[in-house]
Design a protein around this ligand. Sequence first.
Ligand code: DX5
Ligand code: ZN
Length: 216
Amino acid sequence: MSTIVAPSLLAADFLHLGRDIDMLNRSEADWIHLDIMDGVFVPNISFGFPVINLLKKVTHKPLDAHLMIVQPEKFIDDIAATGATLMNVHYEACTHLHRIVNEIRKKGMKPAVTLNPHTPVSLLEDILPDLDMVLLMSVNPGFGGQQFIAHTVRKVAQLKEMILKQQASALIEVDGGVNLETGRMLVDAGADVLVAGSFIFSAEDPGEMIRLLRAL
Ligand code: DX5
Ligand code: ZN
């Protein structure tokens, strides 16, 4: 089975967004990863609903929404209305994570929980059976083009072990500094989904990079 690849739109050329989405539509990309930031949970602001709401009209690829915001529960209905398939909320941003995860599922989306680089995977032990995916950050969230934090490979292996032990079905997604070299290590450790922004969009042939990541 090939690795699931979710190009991050954050690295696209926003002046030519239609062109870049066309490229993704024609590519083998499995999903499109959307980085939504609020300038509070992370020190940056990206794009919001005026952009996201247009995407479903121009792509049939599943949308993987990564909310880097405080109180993500306020936006479950709005994210569901965009047609997103997956909604990722940060563990660090949710006091009542179990309630939020269930609410996301009730609204017809697949719930996923994201961990910052400093958050141990062991904290997911009690919520794991309720999740469709865990997203491990391999950079501190907020910006594209940062250096991969190598420790993430060990976290992927730990999480994989926990999933197998619990006979859970959550996918493991990794986001930040992913390229062919780091992607290889992550897939070997048990990652199912790779998010990549700058590696794909700065390449001369982005479609080829997507193909190579899927083949890892
Ligand atoms: C970082 C975002 C990532 C980012 C990845 O906050 O969550 O999705 O776009 O970018 P690269 O692949 O360039 O590290
Ligand atoms: Zn992301």
